[in-house]
Design a protein around this ligand. Structure first.
Ligand SMILES: *[C@@H]1O[C@H](CO)[C@@H](O)[C@H](O)[C@H]1NC(C)=O
Ligand SMILES: *[C@@H]1O[C@H](CO)[C@@H](O)[C@H](O)[C@H]1NC(C)=O
Ligand SMILES: *[C@@H]1O[C@H](CO)[C@@H](O)[C@H](O)[C@H]1NC(C)=O
Ligand SMILES: *[C@@H]1O[C@H](CO)[C@@H](O)[C@H](O)[C@H]1NC(C)=O
Ligand SMILES: *[C@@H]1O[C@H](CO)[C@@H](O)[C@H](O)[C@H]1NC(C)=O
Ligand SMILES: *[C@@H]1O[C@H](CO)[C@@H](O)[C@H](O)[C@H]1NC(C)=O
Ligand SMILES: *[C@@H]1O[C@H](CO)[C@@H](O)[C@H](O)[C@H]1NC(C)=O
Ligand SMILES: *[C@@H]1O[C@H](CO)[C@@H](O)[C@H](O)[C@H]1NC(C)=O
Length: 316
């Protein structure tokens, strides 16, 4: 159908169109975000490719301070050519990210200091809003029982089970220390805390190491260190992703979350917030309609520039 517009109606129509498009522009100003919060182009740090849903910057999304463009728990620090994932318990070196099965391989930098008997100083903990978890098929745990003095003969491991490793646990280090894979801990229901000055649980990759080799003194006297240096694997729980985030990603957007892990906005390219996704303009109209409006406006402008004819300037 040809759209034929008689000349005397054009100024009115133009006024309406200008009003409509300037309304759109003003609400986009209210609602923009700092586009540098989102990783739109992958970059390499420490030999790993970093992209969304990891993030490094926080900002204010719709007034929510310290929010970010990525999934909860996936904050990366790139420092001195090394990528670190920031967990609650510290920054862990990233050795690999697999974006297909959504896993990340981490190493605690404390275990890389060249000691023959490495150990971590604390447990690995995640923030409670984090989406990270240990995939049960790839995780084992090494347990350190440090400086233990058993006052009871009940539930006490044999001296031959202790490690020759001398861990630095302060001046009062008079007791025995033990290193076990979790499934090998003798008397697992014992409250080891009661007898030992520290109990530290370290995730490692499932090794398939037979219990014979774990009971071999070379394992408990330092051989376990290679497992610590190989690091551990984490996955992120995609089922935490709400439908709103899913449809945002389907429309080429990236999901913004706040400090408490709530989805706050669909972040589109060019610093624009999608309502509800990136296929719609800031005022909620489909983007295609906005393009149409500007085409019509351009057509009208062209019409004004021309002479006294009724011009079929647009076809539907
Ligand atoms: C995060 O967003 C949720 C939902 O909008 C809100 O209830 C919560 O207070 C926000 N948290 C912060 C720290 O802004
Ligand atoms: C991780 O490293 C950053 C930058 O060095 C630092 O600000 C932050 O406190 C560290 N986080 C933890 C949990 O140690
Ligand atoms: C997360 O932990 C903080 C304290 O560390 C607590 O105030 C908050 O309620 C927790 N949130 C959830 C969802 O468990
Ligand atoms: C020493 O530890 C191993 C592995 O847990 C266990 O099989 C063995 O029974 C322990 N020996 C003693 C005497 O507790
Ligand atoms: C570390 O984990 C072990 C084993 O789960 C636990 O017994 C210990 O209390 C934890 N340490 C801290 C400081 O939370
Ligand atoms: C993933 O998140 C869902 C929804 O919160 C939860 O029910 C499920 O237990 C989580 N899965 C894992 C492996 O943490
Ligand atoms: C984006 O939002 C529009 C309007 O609500 C909806 O029709 C469309 O299906 C959404 N796109 C996706 C990918 O969900
Ligand atoms: C945070 O984001 C939500 C959108 O989920 C919005 O409703 C709220 O007003 C924002 N501001 C604050 C301070 O929570």
């Amino acid at each position: 159908m040809d759209l034929l517009l008689p000349h005397h109606r054009l100024p009115l129509l133009l006024a309406i169109l200008v009003a409509a498009s300037s309304h759109g522009a003003s609400s986009s100003g209210d609602d923009g975000y700092d586009a540098s919060m989102c990783v739109r182009q992958p970059y390499t740090c420490g030999g790993v490719s970093i992209k969304y849903p990891f993030y490094s910057r926080t900002g204010a999304l719709l007034g929510n301070s310290s929010s970010y463009c990525g999934y909860p728990g996936l904050e990366i620090q790139c420092e001195e050519g090394q990528a670190f994932l920031e967990l609650q318990s510290g920054n862990y070196t990233i050795s690999r990210i697999d974006y297909n099965d959504l896993t990340v391989r981490l190493v605690d930098p404390e275990v890389l200091d060249g000691r023959s008997c490495p150990r971590a100083d604390h447990n690995v903990t995640f923030r409670n809003v984090s989406w990270l978890y240990y995939p049960s098929t790839t995780v084992d745990y090494v347990l350190f029982f440090l400086n233990c003095n058993f006052l009871s003969d009940l539930s006490r491991p044999s001296n031959s089970n202790s490690t020759a490793c001398k861990f630095d646990v302060g001046q009062e280090s008079t007791g025995m220390s033990f290193v076990f894979l979790e499934q090998d801990v003798p008397y697992p229901n014992t409250n080891w805390w009661w007898w030992c000055s520290d109990v530290i649980k370290v995730p490692v990759l499932k090794s398939g190491l037979l219990s014979d080799s774990r009971n071999d003194p070379t394992w408990k006297n330092g051989g376990y260190g290679s497992s610590l240096r190989d690091g551990f694997q984490l996955a992120w729980n995609q089922s935490q992703k709400l439908q709103a985030c899913h449809q945002c990603e389907q429309s080429e957007g990236q999901c913004g979350y706040n400090q408490t892990g709530a989805f706050v906005a669909c972040l589109c390219s060019g610093g624009r917030v999608g309502h509800p996704n990136c296929t719609t303009d800031p005022s909620g109209k489909p983007l295609a309609a906005l393009v149409l409006v500007s085409q019509i406006a351009a057509g009208i402008a062209g019409c004004f520039a021309s002479t006294h004819r009724t011009v079929p300037f647009f076809s539907l």
